[in-house]
Design a protein around this ligand. Sequence first.
Ligand SMILES: NC(=O)c1ccc[n+]([C@@H]2O[C@H](COP(=O)([O-])OP(=O)(O)OC[C@H]3O[C@@H](n4cnc5c(N)ncnc54)[C@H](O)[C@@H]3O)[C@@H](O)[C@H]2O)c1
Length: 437
Amino acid sequence: MKNSNEIAPATGKLGILLVGLGAVSTTFIAGVHAVRRGLAAPIGSLTQMGTIRLGKRTDGRSPLIKDFLPLAALDDMVFGAWDIFEDNCYEAARTAGVIEPDLLSQMKDELSSIKPWPAVFDRRYVKRLDGPNVKKGASKRDLADQVRADIQQFKTANGVDRLVMVWCGSTEVFMTEGEAHASLEAFERALDESDEAVPSSMVYAYAALKEGIPFANAAPNLTVDTPAMLELAAQTGSPLCGKDLKTGQTLIKTIIAPGLKARLLGIAGWYSTNILGNRDGEVLDDPESFKTKEESKKSVLDYILQPDLYPSLYAQLCHVVRINYYPPRGDNKEGWDNIDLVGWLGYPMQLKINFLCRDSVLAAPIVLDVALFLDLAQRAGMSGIQEWLSFYFKSPMHAAELYPEHDLFIQLMKLKNTLRHLKGEELITHLGLEYYD
Ligand SMILES: NC(=O)c1ccc[n+]([C@@H]2O[C@H](COP(=O)([O-])OP(=O)(O)OC[C@H]3O[C@@H](n4cnc5c(N)ncnc54)[C@H](O)[C@@H]3O)[C@@H](O)[C@H]2O)c1
């Protein structure tokens, strides 16, 4: 990590490469265009609206994060994407149905010019989808080379200085780390042999990291969470983060659970169910894709509640997560949580949460922040896992010897302290004794 005066400036254009041009990607791209033109506000984005306190509470220094750090400007962003469907970004945004047609039509020209490149896709990894815009190649290595060629062409055609790639493609089937992922050498052999252990998402991630491009994983797939990818990221100085954007029900869970635990209230059960009608919901209707999501959603409570430290409060917790595909709702998900609490002397209580959210509206500002922070990280000389970006993810990537931090408030403190550290500002511990000396 470099000192503040060594962070390279954000000059020139930043290319944002999105794998998948579905609800999240189109809501993000259209949103950035709307904000640029002053048609809407970037609500939910820490990089655009957040402030950071510097020094003592009495100092009155709380600049906007985007004024404190050299982040790329929204005006300097250029977008490229891959998808298995040929629809351009305007058509795909209409299909996703998240942003009102009136607002979209004001940006029709810019959005229509973003046409997806043919995808690396294999139905083996996403069973519920199929589309015509797919690359053909002699091997998975060949497909990775084709993705690298797309990137290089995009860079030249748009005069782009730096790039970031974000996987916003569908959730792939559940996979665990195997021999093919154990080292870069083994992985490259697997690419040559088109081994089944290499899903499409890994082909893109390999191409990005080989080009020294930061990579974020918005879905719960294994993708870059393997020793092979970490080895490659270290070799090429590429920062990484993931997995699975923390939106909707899990966001609420990581807001509520730390509060209940802080007050040592017991939890006997936490039942979470959702109805979701977008394409993501359709893909998650396949049990193998759902398993990837379920693992990601369920781990959160174990780590926040620490049942090993508080066995009488949390060891018996029954945690159930369900997602039901229900087309009439589209992207407007509805989540219900029932929490069975235990209070003083063992008396039971219940808490019910009914969240009528818009999944992609919660996800889009995260994609923006993650892209801007990954670009910053690279200019600051940081590579590999960016644990300080855990704030944005359901299953944060972490070093092998650590457990992940899921508590949203600790995650935010970690993120802001990293920003202070990058600029040589004092870290904030919240000790505060000096005010009473
Ligand atoms: N919306 C949220 O709040 C949220 C939260 C966390 C995670 N996610 C994850 O983000 C991802 C995107 O979500 P979404 O709502 O935009 O889904 P979506 O189905 O609308 O979009 C995904 C797009 O990816 C494309 N795709 C699939 N495989 C591809 C491949 N190999 N190459 C290129 N394109 C491919 C699909 O054709 C589709 O257009 C999903 O994996 C989802 O689980 C979303």
